[in-house]
Design a protein around this ligand. Sequence first.
Ligand SMILES: C[S@@+](CC[C@H](N)C(=O)[O-])C[C@H]1O[C@@H](n2cnc3c(N)ncnc32)[C@H](O)[C@@H]1O
Length: 389
Amino acid sequence: MIESIFILGRQPALGIAELESLYGSDGLRVVSDSIVQLAKDPSEIVFGRLGGSIKHAKLLTILPTTSWPELIRYITRSLPEHLKYIPEGKVKCGLSVYDLSVKVDQINKAGLEIKRVIKKTGRSVRVVPNKELALNSAQVLHNSLTGPLGLELLLIRDGQKTILAQTVAGQNIEAYARRDQARPKRDARVGMLPPKLAQTIINLARPDLVGTILDPFCGTGVVLQEALLMGFSTYGSDIDQRMVEFTRENVVTWLLNDDDTGRVQLEHGDATAHVWETPFDAIATETYLGQPFSAPPSPDKLHEVTQTCNTITKKFLRNLAKQTSPGFRLCLAVPAWKTVRGFTHLPTLEKLAELGYNRVSFVHVSDHDLLYYRPDQIVARELVTLIRK
Ligand SMILES: C[S@@+](CC[C@H](N)C(=O)[O-])C[C@H]1O[C@@H](n2cnc3c(N)ncnc32)[C@H](O)[C@@H]1O
């Protein structure tokens, strides 16, 4: 079997948890901070639904060296054979290096050498120049490096060895930007959940990939949008009727173009008391995050907002426990606040058992690493995966 390699996104722990949720922990190995090896054939992975990985590659070989000249010698020697499998036309080639001690100049020099070798076989070629050690998602996309004529080789240090892999899929940053920015109804006050993070939340909530996803804090509908694109049926509710209408416009009118509307059920409801009458199989949601902060809040303010968010989350979980059976799985993005002394977490996360839930822990990442935030953000999202006891 050919194995898969994943280059993880900005918050690698989320990408690892997502892969572990979908494919289990046994065949998964964390190669370094940002790289995972998975004993799964690349053809079995639907990369577009992963929010936490930026590249997916097939493992070609593991070389018993980390010496740059030796690695490049191996590549240039094996390239002519490899090229036989690439159809006629101008080959587009790129090199990305992870965790090896090498400089950008050396990579670009190796690129020229690769170009020379390919030209010698009688083929025309463009080698994408490196600005950094690894090509970014835009370079992979715009140079069609995962297309039939593309060849992006990844060189990844693995202890005293080097993994050589070929990218088979890269994150489609343009599609994500469209899904994020082109929706007709957006609302900065309820926060802008990035579609990638919504995908990760869904993958943590529903590894079996079928059924109906409920979002009881649906806001403008990002989670439901991503769930629909992944093939789920969806069910949303929100305490604010305006948000329910925003979701309807974004999801039913804009995304689905008023087709296939049977896959969306929306209603007004307070998640702390609402009874969801339509059956659902999992919950993926971002709960109420409280107000956004551009500067650290005073201790009193932080206490107030923590209490407000905590009460809503706790009452929601208590309400949900009455309406679900043991084994029911959900993933919540809840707020955590960055302070000088580390993160302040929702107190109710310490009392989940009393509410009727067990927190799902992952083998390869710790619960505390499952935080999503940009460096300048005070309010982070903490991903909490739960199973009803
Ligand atoms: C952070 S937003 C969720 C954003 C949403 N995940 C999205 O994809 O756009 C939180 C939402 O929770 C809603 N909300 C707050 N308290 C609620 C409650 N008790 N029950 C249901 N919805 C509530 C707000 O109206 C807001 O739309």
